[in-house]
Every structure is written in C-alpha cells, then in structure tokens.
Design a protein around this ligand. Sequence first.
Ligand code: SF4
Length: 438
Amino acid sequence: MAKTENEKKHYISRSESKRISKENSKAIRYYEKRKKRKVAPEEYTTEMKDEKNVVEFDDLHTYFFSDAGTVKAVNGVSFSIPAGSTVGVVGESGCGKSVTSLSLMQLVQAPSGQIVGGSIRFRASLFKRDARGRKIPVYETETNESGETVFKLDAKGKKVVKKNALGGNVYEMEDRVVDIAKMPAEAMRSIRGREISMIFQEPMTSLNPVFTIGNQLDEVGYLHIEGITKQQVKEHSIEMLRLVGIADPEGVYKKFPHELSGGMRQRVMIAIALLCNPKLIVADEPTTALDVTIQAQILDLLREIKKKINGSIMLITHDLGVVAEMADYVVVMYAGKVIETGTAEDIFDHPLHPYTIGLQKSKPTVDAEVDSLYCIPGFVPNPINMPNYCYFRDRCERCREQCSGEYPAFVQVTETHSVACYLYREKNAAPEKEEKDV
Ligand code: SF4
C-alpha cells in the first residue's frame, strides 16, 4: 500500500536509524559519565543573579535521545522563583512543564533523558564535611566545676551529639548556591527530599501499593533525619498526617494506599513532601486526578502549608483557574520554551502572547453563553524537528511577515511582564511602523 504524506515525513531509512542510534549512544555515554564523576563542591558552587530568588533556571536544555531523533523537551528555559512565592507554570500537555520540574529534581528519565546545558541555581543549606567527606556533628557542651565549657560525655566517655526538635543529630551546615544541572547524582541526594520535594500528579501510581502509608512516610524520615529513633520517626509521620488534615492519622498510618480515597492519597503525598520542612515544593498537577471539591481543599491546604513552612511553591498545571487562585507569578511555556512571564495580574488581566490569549479564551466561563468552546487551532509542532521560526506561527491568528524569520527574542514590556513575540517591543523602544497581520 502506498505511504501517505505524513507517513513519508516520519519515515526513517535504515542508515538514518543507524546514524541516530550511534549518535545517541555517544551522547548518552558522555552525559552519564558526567553525572557519575566525583567533583569538588567548588565545581558546582555558583552565585544567584538575584539574592531574593530561591531558584533560577538559566537557559536550561533537557533532551531525550530517542530512536526517531533528539526530542528537545526543554529548549532554553529561563525563569526564577522568588523566595516565599508561588510560581505557576502553565501550558498544554507536552510543552515541557513537567520535564523542567524533573530537571530541577534531577529525576529526568535516564539514560535517554539528559540535562545537556544551562544552569539551575538553587540556594541550599548543605552539610559541612571534614577532609574525609564526613558530616561534622555539633556536640553538647556543659560547664564543669571550674567554670570551663567542656564537651558533655556519655556513660562510655563519648561526646554527646546535639539533637534537634525531632530527635535527629545536629550537624554543621553552610548556605551555598549550587548549580543542580552540574551537580553529581550523589551530592543531589542530600538536597532532594530535604531541601526540595515534589508532589506528583497521580498519588495512586506514585505511592508504593505494597507498603503501608506509615512505611512510606517513615522512609523519608530515616533517609534525611540522621540519628532519629523508630518511635520519633513514627510520631513525626503521624504529626505530618495530622498537619495535612487527615482526621484519623494513627489509623491511616497503618493503611495501604488502595484503602484510601483519591483526596486522602493526595494529602499523604503532601505529608511526604513536607516531612523534612523543604524550602521549595514542586507540585506537578497536584489536583488533576481529584474531583472539584477535593481540588479546592487541596489548594487551600497548599496555601496554608506554604505560610506555615515559609517556603516557595512551583505549581505546574494546565488549569488556568488553579493558577489564578494560587500563583503570585506565572510562566507560560510552549513547545519547550518560555513564551511569556509576569505577575498573575499581568497574565490574567493583560495577556500578550497570542498563545496565552488563546489559552484564556479556551477557558469555560459561567456568565457567557456560547454554542461551542474556543480551541486554539492546530497542534504543538513535532518536537524532533522544531522549525527555526516562532514555534507558534502555524497556529497563530496574528502572524506577520517577520514571524517566518528568526525565533522572536524575549522583550520586557513592563517592569514585571515579558513576552517572546514580534507583536511587542521593549518598554523604552521607539514606536514601530504599523505592520499588518498576514
Ligand atoms: S511571533 Fe508572530 S507567529 Fe509568533 S506568536 Fe507572535 S505574532 Fe504569532
């Protein structure tokens, strides 16, 4: 049977396939080796561009080396998360929101998925290490009979390590800005779960069905709070379940995930994320699998918890309603790139990019009577062969001649609002000659 035009476009010859696979193996070997190598902390220590930020993504590139070619899932993403704020990342499915967050956690599906360039700067509290790479404990002191301050000794004559409020050992810490994109996997383990934690999309598939809720909560405690006893871990886990609004925390602690409702499971996920008081919570579509009333409860809970722990939230969603309710700042992504950023007010009251305007128009409203809902025409371009002009051009209703040229640069339209589109100019730029849409 003759091949259709579309089939021909995606056809890969045997020699082409061999070439792709050879290139992929070479690239994967290189990036895997880079992740496993032992590097001095100075090599991934960096500085924040703005001291008020907790995270700064800077020209991040995350690619997937597939048999059909290289998928540029995140292709030059730059934005920041100010401390104590909620940043909503929005866009259609497949635009790179989740891969951006997985890059931040160093959880991109390897070996095919790799961070290939750019930086993710994060302000972390790290353990100080001695010359042999061991953590340095803080010891209890006391005053002896002669009035001198000396180390407190236990019955065996060993120095007593200071304990924190949870019962874990206290170690010497240092504040350091690290580049997660360059950090070796081993060093990342002390940040993931303790400093940054993630609430995944579907709690039923994220929780392990063969372990009780208690087991899964305790595991995080044992991993990140050294020196804590079994009883203390259990008490802390139950306390976290209580904090996320579970009425019978002792009962739920003993249950398996399948015995809980969707809302309860999502609360458990939030409890796991909060266990070590993280600075940043990444919530990847935390309400997608839930019904509307539970959605509202979970969003209220996230807001409350953010205040309690004084942390920041990176909220990933395709639901503009959720973003409008929760976010201080909004980042709009399309086909692996950031196309518009601004405060929630900028994006919702004065959207600029035709894609953002299209997203707003596709939102159902209760006060307008319409025969059919608006939908943005066309599809996101094939991520393997991205065009070298504006990625939205083939779907854009306001396309101009210029749009077939280079990819538009980011322009700052106001103090807080930036967009990558030829329709707009820098806030102080001279007015441009009127150009008609084509
Ligand atoms: S640059 Fe051109 S094609 Fe792209 S969104 Fe703006 S107007 Fe549309």
